[in-house]
Structures are given as structure tokens and as C-alpha cells.
Design a protein around this ligand. Sequence first.
Ligand SMILES: Cc1cc2nc3c(=O)[nH]c(=O)nc-3n(C[C@H](O)[C@H](O)[C@H](O)COP(=O)(O)OP(=O)(O)OC[C@H]3O[C@@H](n4cnc5c(N)ncnc54)[C@H](O)[C@@H]3O)c2cc1C
Length: 482
Amino acid sequence: MEKYDVIIVGAGISGLLSALALSKHGNKVLVLEKNDFVGGNCNSYMVDGFQVDTGAHAITHLEVGPLRRLMDNYFDYMPVFEEYGHYYVRTEDSFVKVPSNVREFVTFDVLPRKDRIVVTQAITKALTLCTFGIDLSRQSVYDSMPGNLSQDTYDFVDAISYFLSGKDMKQTSAQRILAGSSFVRDSVPQEQIESIMNGNEKPQTEPVLKSILPSNLHTSLQTRMDRVSKPVSSLGRLATNRVSHSQGYPRKGLKALLNALLFSLPRSVEIKTRCKVSKILTTEGTVVGVEADEIYYADTVVHTGFVTDLPEMIVDLPASYVDELKGVVHTKSLTVWLGLDRVMDAFNYIGSEIWFKGCPYWAMPISNYDASLAPKGKQLVGFSFIIDNEKSEASQVSRAYETIYHAIPSIENHVEMKHEQITVPEKAAVTIDGYFAEIRTPVKNLYVAGTDTDKRSMGITRASYSVIELLKRLNEDGNLHK
Ligand SMILES: Cc1cc2nc3c(=O)[nH]c(=O)nc-3n(C[C@H](O)[C@H](O)[C@H](O)COP(=O)(O)OP(=O)(O)OC[C@H]3O[C@@H](n4cnc5c(N)ncnc54)[C@H](O)[C@@H]3O)c2cc1C
């Protein structure tokens, strides 16, 4: 029986990025994927001549964020990212840019003037607190706002919260809004990646304080110290911020990112599709392999499916760990893709739009980035909605269409392709008390990675953060370099 250094469960972007890095560090890697395709949610496919993605995507923190660092260090060629453009707000009678900073917010006349002034004060206060190291991840957006605002303002803030965390403003943290609107910017220093690449278990010039603190504590301490040392640049963003700072959309669609990753994978990486892992096998508290269509053995296993599936897959997980996993919060989304028989004036922009009244959506005319995503002279627009698990999916799909036709009445006569996707965009929502799993599990040499193991940023950027954290842990445990 062949034995692998590492088995990776799941061939989404988290699993494939992990496979890429591990194989480039000399490991013999097997990736097992239950679907008959790879890429998970990071994918595109054809529907009646239009190339749709799995949900409308803006890729964030492209300048110095985690995906950029992984691409720079492990990809053999780079996908091209088109500049994201702007975020807009559509209402019955206006179409205006989403304010990026307090200066623009003051003139954002979609909301009442009185509300704009008090909300501006609340943003200034939150950013100031955050800049000086106060953790706002457990304070809700709702609690950070003044009372007595108009219904329109609450609806607007709720819509932004839904698209950044999957939950309403009472469950979304103030920190999430500041990061999601680019006021607070995360980055991964190249030196951090270099210490992983070079196999240094610890940075060589580690301060004494850092060496005695647990890693989660010194990471947050460093973040705080960095923020305090750069307060002027952060606070300066109150006036100069751009919501879409360092965001992009891959030319040729989302699958262009997947293709660049697959192209960079060494031939030694084996990928098996239609191969669902049902059990993770352990002996005396250490992982030894997995059971799928057959038994596969490895020294290390990385699970990138839902972390909440682990209790079904492993016997004798500690009860306290199983209980903690129950705290993970899931949300679902619906994306309606409409293929239009012409390029419409209503979508004459690069970027995306938000409709915030009643049934909020976030929409992206993706063929405006790349005309080849739609047949010649036609247009492709994706509208994403949050799904309420308590209500029937069919009724929410009908409501989504009603909302689109109400928001843009002229669209209905030009729809020649309709396609719906109901998906879980991230494996854990960033709510004020939602749980995120540690990369190391209670089973020795079993690790988890993916969007339910890191709170930072969203989607593909968050998946990339989790892979960097995974590489750090593997390096510290002597399981990265062969
Ligand atoms: C509507 C929508 C909008 C989005 N918008 C954005 C955006 O604007 N920006 C952004 O960055 N991201 C966005 N995302 C999110 C982003 O696409 C995902 O977070 C990211 O692709 C998740 O990658 P992952 O590998 O962690 O998980 P997944 O893509 O879920 O991959 C996990 C893989 O593991 C496989 N698997 C699970 N269990 C098993 C098992 N037991 N055996 C074998 N295989 C298994 C699954 O089949 C899957 O292929 C959006 C997603 C959606 C749906």
C-alpha cells in the first residue's frame, strides 16, 4: 500500500493552495475531492453560452494580502486581475457611489442628513478606537451606532453587514465593517512567508516578549503594535479611503485563478475526484490515514471541508472539542445569474451595486470586466442574496426575481438566460460570538484549513490566511519540509 506524506481532504482553493505549498516543500501529496470537479466554490462554468462563477466575486487585499503572498511565492504564473472599479447603491430613483470615506458619506444623500452626521461620528470613533488597539470584534455594528436613526439608514447598514458577514448588523462585528470597507487593512509581511519558506521554526530576531507569549496572543499584540505605530495613516483614511482599495476580478473569470493554481501544481501531486472521505483514521491519538473509496495512509492529514463534519469522521474526539464546533455559524446565499440579450445602460459601469431595501442584493455585471464571458453583444450579471434558513428556498428565489425586476424594471424583457446557485459562501460566518476552529486539532498531525479556521477578511482571502496559518503550524511541528 502506497503511503503519502500528506493527504488533503477537499480540492477547493484552501485544499489546492495547501497541496501546492506542501508539494513545493518536497512532500508527496494526495488530494481527495468528493465532487467530480476541483475548485469548490472558486469556479466558473458555462450556461447557455454565458460563463458564470460560483457566486459573484471581488478578490480583496490583492496588494500585500495573503493570496498575493501565496501567489508570489508558489505560483508559476500569475492570473491577471482587472481593477475592481466602484461600489454603487441603487434605489428606485438614484444610482450613486457607495461612500468610501467620511467626506463622501457626508454628501451621500440616499440617507437623511442628520443620520449621515451621527453615523460619520460613529465611524470616526470606531476607527480611532481600532487604530489605538481596541478590539472591536465582539462589539456589534448595531451597538456601535447611535440610536434613533431612520429605517433607510438601518436597512443600508444591515445590507452592508449581510454582505460582509452573512448576518444582520446585530450579529456582525464593528471590526468586520472597518476591515470590509478597507478602513482597516490587513497584510502579510513577506518576512513571515520567508521564515516558512526557509524552514525557520521561529523568526531569528524574536523579541523576548514574543517568545514567551502563545502564538495567537503575540499575533494580535503585533497587529496592535503595528496599528499604534501607524495611527496617522489609518486615521488619514477617514478622509481618503477607497472601499475597493486593492481589489480585483480575474480576467477570464474566477476559474482563471483556479487554472493558474492547477498549472503551478507539481506533477507529483495526485488528485482523485469523486472520492469522498468518510473517515479519518487514528491510532493512539495520532492520524494515520483516511477512508474513502479505499484506505489511504499518510503521516499528516489536512481537512479542508466543513470543520463541523469532523465529529462524524473521527471516533473519540474529545467532547469539549465537539461542543466548541457547535458554535460555528453557517449562512447560505443565493446567486441569480441573468444573461441579457444586450448590453444595458443600467449596467454601464465597472464594479458592483447594492440594493438595500426590503430584500438586499449585491450585483456584479462581470462581462463588463471581460466581454468574452458573454456571447458577443450580450451581458452577464450576477445578483447575490442571503438566504434565511427558516424560510423555503423556492419562496426566496421568487422574491429574489421580484426584487431584481422591481429594482431594474427594464431588465425583464432582456433576460435570455436564468441560472440559480444556492451555496454556502464561507464555512463560518464572522459574527460577534461565532466560533472558529484552531488549525491544530486534538488529533496529532491532523490539521484543518479553510474559511472556518480564520476570522480575517472574507472568502478566498480568508481561505488564503488560513493556508498561511496552516503552513506556519506545520513548520513549527516539523511537518512542512521534506
Ligand atoms: C455567492 C458567493 C459569493 C462569494 N463572494 C466572494 C467574494 O466576493 N470574494 C471572495 O474572496 N470570496 C467569495 N466567496 C467565497 C469563496 O468562493 C469561498 O470562501 C472559497 O472559495 C472557499 O474555499 P475553500 O477551499 O475553503 O472551501 P470550498 O470551496 O467549500 O472547498 C472545499 C472542498 O472540499 C470538498 N470536500 C468537503 N468534504 C469532503 C470530503 N469529506 N471528502 C472529499 N472532499 C470533500 C468539497 O466538495 C469542496 O470541493 C463567495 C462565495 C459564494 C458562494
